[in-house]
Design a protein around this ligand. Sequence first.
Ligand code: ADP
Ligand code: MG
Length: 362
Amino acid sequence: MTIIEAHGIRKRYGDLEVLHDVDLTVEEGEIIGLIGPSGSGKSTFLRVLDLIEPANEGSLSIFGIDTVAERGHWLNLRRRMGMLFQRPIVFNASVYDNVAMGLRYRGAPGDEIDRKVKGALEAVGLSRYVKSRATDLSGGEQQRVALSRVLVTEPEILFLDEPTANLDPGSTATIERIVAGLNRETGTTVLISTHDLSQGQRLAHRIAVMVDGTIAQTGASGEVFRSPRDRMIARFVGAQNIIPGRVVSRMAGFTVVEVGGREFLSATLPPADDVEMVIRGEDISLHRREPEHEEAENRFPAKVVRVEPAAPFVNVTIHCGCDLVSLVTARRADALALSPGMDIWISLQAKAVHLIPQKNGE
Ligand code: ADP
Ligand code: MG
């Protein structure tokens, strides 16, 4: 069942247009990762979806209710959703009181509050801190208190706005485990914004990439990673190589792209005559000799230009018609004894050469 349906959302603050033409459909039980650079509009979009503030234009249905036509339903709808913010917000009171707050506000009976608060604290692994002062806890624990305050109201849709941006890796992993478990066990729909791609990949069933106030691409995380739709997304998902070239022919199911006098084979259908090849550094393999039994369609002699450690990897810039960056492990770099000026071979599968149309003025 479709639980959120947003079309053509626009949001302005004064003259500043923060969201435009935002479309997103979310099915019940999904975990959606809303990823995008800082300032792209993720938080604003989550506030619009959580009915904290209205959009200026567009349609938005939540739980099948048209929120634009039915403003009178907002309070009711809001009570079926919950939002966790980037900075843990806890009050100078016991952990118990922090979590009980929302239920008291809703006028729940005392024994129900007690049962639910204890359940929510157990869900985030904080049962032993029930009497502690919330402000005395670590940042990661405070965020778990804030999360259990949201969970205690049993939201059907949970919005998480960069919930781990201020946390250490251990606390981040704990929050991710709780969210994944909650989704699995209760089928709660989750929208999590993050500028951390790997978090999106770990948690989300589907990724929506927000760039400059609009959702530029949605898809399975691997798809967004491997086949970004344009240069902005390619950059954001960390493709080291975005190289302009020209499509010269099709051959045996491959697209032949000419770059600096070399012909690269790509498994992508040509999107235009002038293209950009998007190649991830880890897809370019380096060899001392010409690779013979490689499965890779692209094999070229090249020259090492630069070797830069980027632990635990090494960025190796090589020249072969154009400059390319290959990402190898430190161990592999040692084994190859790489140094600038050295002759080397590279190999690259045609399916690792993703093509996007060239755009001017970006
Ligand atoms: P993100 O969460 O992706 O970092 P935001 O949604 O916070 O992006 O912000 C997007 C843009 O909207 C930014 O340029 C930000 O300065 C602006 N913005 C956000 N909230 C407001 C507001 N209440 N008033 C004015 N500008 C805002
Ligand atoms: Mg934000």
